[in-house]
Design a protein around this ligand. Structure first.
Ligand SMILES: Nc1ncnc2c1ncn2[C@@H]1O[C@H](COP(=O)(O)OP(=O)(O)OP(=O)(O)O)[C@@H](O)[C@H]1O
Ligand SMILES: [Mg+2]
Length: 277
């Protein structure tokens, strides 16, 4: 498998009044055209890893890496214009909360069309058709009607799907999905996941799927990175999860509820200071 993305010793830190917060502390992995999951508890550095790849780290933060390369392009030394061009065109990211990604004062269809125009020169009719096709691809039943709606006029699940349509309209090769379904109810969650799954298979995209839900990630991805305190503590094939070696991964597995099983007392996730070293 050719590497679409190479990440070597990625570090992200934030200077704060009380000292430097090291959000990501030496993360390394490679990604082909496959589905890679990143799991870990809140604050473990999942989103900051995705944002650093995307080039969306807050300006006051410091990002370093031995190597951060997308399809042979060195991202950290790439000029800002090249990074902007890559973003949305070849690399796309679904953010944790769709509310921050959709523009509240522009209709959904117009936003998808504008995104396409930022990256491709296509005529008005062709752009509209591509946007409608994309809305249909994310299973929006009445694309022509939804095209003219504003974000506040659609449900959360529809907004999330509209955002996925916007992210995918330019045909990215790498998609970073940061908790794309955690704000949705379970049935809509599964729908959105199956849409992503189909698009990844049909388009041969590489996918980084970020979640705190180990069960969801392992059912959906080929490979899983487990993060703890800014580092990868374990990398494991999804099919091999039951044989996880790291006590943190084992702890996450033991905390997953089993229907019908007696859960008294409730298991508590154990954390050892030495895992964060
Ligand atoms: N702007 C910022 N300034 C200072 N520290 C930050 C900033 N953004 C993130 N951090 C810190 O970076 C660490 C990692 O954050 P990140 O958002 O990557 O976590 P996460 O694994 O995505 O968590 P969650 O599951 O809650 O989304 C956290 O400790 C967080 O407090
Ligand atoms: Mg996050």
């Amino acid at each position: 498998m050719s590497a679409l993305l190479t990440v070597e010793d990625l570090r992200v830190s934030f200077p704060t009044r009380t000292g430097v917060v090291e959000a990501v502390r030496g993360v390394s992995f490679t990604l082909g055209r496959e589905r890679l999951g990143i799991v870990g508890e809140s604050g473990s550095g999942k989103s900051q890893t995705g944002r650093a790849i995307m080039g969306l780290t807050p300006p006051h933060a410091q990002v370093t890496a031995k190597r951060l390369a997308f399809d042979g392009i060195d991202l950290l030394s790439a000029p800002p214009k090249l990074r902007r061009d890559l973003r949305g065109k070849r690399i796309a990211m679904i953010l944790q909360d769709p509310k921050y990604s959709l523009n509240p004062v522009m209709s959904i269809g117009k936003q998808i069309v504008e995104t396409l125009w930022r990256h491709e020169k296509v005529g008005r009719a062709e752009a509209r058709k591509r946007a409608l096709d994309m809305l249909a691809a994310v299973q929006i039943r009445d694309p022509a009607r939804v095209f003219d709606l504003y974000p506040h006029e659609v449900s959360g699940g529809m907004g999330q799907r509209a955002m996925i349509a916007m992210m995918l309209v330019a045909g990215p090769e790498l998609l970073i999905a940061d908790e794309p379904t955690s704000a949705l109810d379970v049935t809509v969650q599964l729908e959105v996941l199956s849409i992503l799954d189909r698009l990844v298979a049909e388009r041969g995209m590489g996918l980084i799927f970020v979640s705190h839900d180990l069960r969801l990630v392992s059912s959906f991805c080929d490979r899983v990175l487990v993060m703890y305190a800014g580092r990868i503590v374990e990398e494991i094939a999804a099919s091999d999860l039951a044989n996880a070696r790291h006590p943190y991964t084992q702890g996450l597995l033991n905390c997953m509820p089993v229907i019908g099983a007696d859960r008294h007392p409730l298991p508590v996730l154990d954390r050892k200071p030495e895992w964060a070293l």
